[in-house]
Ligand binder design. Structure first.
Ligand SMILES: NC(=O)c1ccc[n+]([C@@H]2O[C@H](COP(=O)([O-])OP(=O)(O)OC[C@H]3O[C@@H](n4cnc5c(N)ncnc54)[C@H](O)[C@@H]3O)[C@@H](O)[C@H]2O)c1
Length: 334
């Protein structure tokens, strides 16, 4: 089995998931494939439902005990058959880009919100123990940082609004039907397998692709916007901790970040240095609709509720990620 060999999942989670069957929606995507990998390492059996609109079968092919069903979460029959016999659902399937959601709000509402309702209905029917939902820090919008879970939802984009609506559905299903749920709000997750080839690629993936092609990275705005960049294993760890939590979570929202602040200008400098291309200074374009100025997680709640702390810091995670892009993109870029 191919692994990054970075995190000892067994040391962190023991035998808890051994022999457990789970469903990961969007499991062929970037974060979902790392969650699939970790759960396989831990001895779980993993069903993945993914329509491959953003992910790739190759992301999970190397892992034992993962079964991919190529179908949409809008297909209720497919969902019902994938969820049968599972104990947990990790719901990660979604369309992910903020700017694309501004262009296609109906499509985003259909996939991200109606799709989530379908997942909850399938989970309720199958008597799932807990649904972990991939929520987003974008729900905080214009709130001042650091962002704390009891701040109001101030969505700046249809994507953020959809994610906030899904959080409300998670809580409602816990209250109305006793289906336990947890909303983990991810902060700028990055790492190997994050798609660099989309017009809407996340910033680290986009910078890596540009620099490996010898092009200057593009920054939208003045580059002083900052992010709590979070290596993907931290998001996987938070999901596993949430599933293992002994009491009900009842739809509570929990920040998943690293607790750091890095400006996009600083990121460009660090990545250019790591790739030996300090000559590639950024090109600046106007801000994009829906973009957030600063994001920074307060981690008190997830630390006290789940005992979470970040397991791989920004610098180490970025080094691993840059090495991975160098291997994967450099031949094509050259
Ligand atoms: N990457 C981040 O920084 C970040 C931050 C906050 C929240 N999230 C959320 O985490 C989840 C995973 O994100 P990711 O970064 O791995 O993105 P990704 O695009 O790599 O993964 C999403 C997966 O969902 C699949 N998918 C999309 N529509 C589908 C549908 N209708 N039916 C079945 N599968 C479908 C895609 O094919 C893809 O494999 C998403 O819900 C995303 O909104 C990500």
């Amino acid at each position: 089995m191919r692994t990054l060999g970075l995190t000892d999942w067994r040391q962190l989670h023991g035998d808890y998931f051994k022999g457990t069957k789970v469903l990961i929606t969007g499991g062929a995507g970037f974060i979902g494939s790392h969650l699939s990998e970790a759960l396989c390492t831990l001895g779980a059996t993993v069903n993945v439902i993914d329509d491959l609109s953003g992910g790739e079968a190759a992301n999970i092919e190397p892992f034992d005990r993962v079964t991919l069903v190529k179908a949409s979460i809008l297909d209720q029959d497919a969902l019902a058959s994938c969820v049968a016999g599972c104990r947990f659902v990790f719901h990660l399937a979604a369309l992910g880009s903020v700017p694309r959601s501004v262009e296609q709000p109906r499509l985003y509402n259909e996939v991200n919100t109606t799709g989530t309702l379908n997942v909850l209905e399938a989970a309720r029917e199958a008597k799932i123990q807990r649904v972990m939902f991939a929520a987003s820090s974008s729900a905080y919008g214009t709130n001042p940082v650091p962002w704390i879970e009891d701040m109001p939802i101030l969505a700046l984009s249809p994507y953020a609004a959809n994610k906030a609506a899904c959080e409300a559905l998670m809580r409602a299903y816990s209250n109305s039907y006793g289906l336990d749920t947890a909303c983990t709000r991810y902060f700028n997750i990055f790492g190997p397998r994050q798609n660099a080839n989309s017009a809407y690629a996340a910033v680290i993936a986009a910078f890596a692709k540009a620099m490996l092609k010898g092009e200057r990275p593009v920054i939208y705005g003045d580059g002083e916007q900052s992010r709590d960049f979070t290596f993907v294993h931290n998001a996987v760890h938070a999901n596993l901790l949430a599933a293992r939590h002994p009491g009900a979570i009842k739809g509570e929202v929990l920040n998943v970040g690293c607790g750091g602040r890095v400006s996009v200008n600083e990121l460009a400098r660090v990545m250019a240095k790591a790739l030996g291309r300090e000559d590639l200074t950024p090109t600046y374009l106007p801000d994009r609709a829906g973009d957030i100025k600063h994001s920074f997680a307060d981690l008190s709640k997830i630390t006290s509720t789940l005992g979470y702390s970040s397991i791989i810091g920004f610098e180490k995670g970025l080094g691993v990620t840059v090495d991975w892009y160098r291997k994967v993109l450099a031949p094509a870029a050259g």
